[in-house]
Design a protein around this ligand. Sequence first.
Ligand SMILES: Cc1ncc(COP(=O)(O)O)c(C=O)c1O
Length: 386
Amino acid sequence: MSFDFDSCPDRSTSDSTKWHKYTGRDIIPSWIADMDFISPPEVIEAVRERAAHGVYGYPAQRDRTFEAVVNHVKNRHQWTIGKETITFMCSLVPGIHAAIRVGCAPGQSVVSTFPVYPPFLNAPTLSERGLLKVPMAFENGQWTFDWVALEKACAQPEAKVLLLCSPYNPLARVFSREELLRVAELAKRHDLLVCSDEIHCDLVLDPKIKHTVFATLSDDAASRTVTLMAASKTYNVAGLTCGFAIIPDSGLRTRFRRILQGLSLDQNIFGMAATEAAFNHGEPWRLAVIDYLRGNVDLIEKELKDMPGLVLRQRPQASFLAWIDATALGYEDPHAAFEQGGVGLGNGADFAGAGHVRINFGCPRDRLREILRRMKAVVAKAPGRR
Ligand SMILES: Cc1ncc(COP(=O)(O)O)c(C=O)c1O
């Protein structure tokens, strides 16, 4: 089956966060993490069917949606779970907050690496918990953990929760089993609750690389982990607000659910229908979109060769996001410079990575070509190049 990712509906007049930001300005949005593609036909059909029903009262969670998740994680990630381990919620961010509050009392601390998806950095503070920040390291040609710094942070007596982004936004790393085993060993030794956000796990771009679900590493890892997942990134249904946590340990699950009650709405009825359809029928589309995204990465790598001063340290292994070091351009605020040049990139400062920008390449190739053309013009005028 073939899908057309080259042409997409106009989103500038739709209710899109990504596009609304630049309404009326000639700036191509390439920031917040959703794609411009239409979802798999089966997902659209499921939402249409649900809409046609005409009654949109409070949702019940039906067995078939739990089964779709159980089958999905088994078939794609060789993870066997019972449906009782699943907790649906309206989005994953409340899940991050709930995991922090379960594992960590006020005055205690959360360990997070950076640069990272901004809620990892904001959530501890908003929940009045401390934050121990550990920089990611670039070694032997790849982004990885700074093991010495991570060990030091995890060993602090106040450290109680470790936030893990796997695959990693914004560095687009898919961690190896060996790296994750080291993280699991650290978590066990320092008795940390792990919140493993695996929302990008179904968009691994490199066919030679396999995502490992953290909780499958050992019984100990499973018992101390809140795994967060959703269909939202992979099948482009973030606006339908449906995510889920998988928590095998019943005590941890009970406490997580109690806290979550005050933080998250139930999932959306359309989100349930979309998640079910995506997991049950979306595989051909998923494989096709991955193939298309891979082509977009090729284009980025090719064009960046002509943009001295912009550095993509490592080819993205997952997702549709590329983290670019723009410090050598000499702009005080590279994000603002690119905006002035007509491209609305992710601002590295929001990820604790000032001087960097994040391209969202989940868009038609022609649009990406234009984004890169505009970026090239900004690079050509950069103070660092004069
Ligand atoms: C790592 C990570 N977690 C969570 C989210 C957001 O999930 P949700 O829309 O379900 O809150 C994102 C969105 O970019 C993300 O990158």
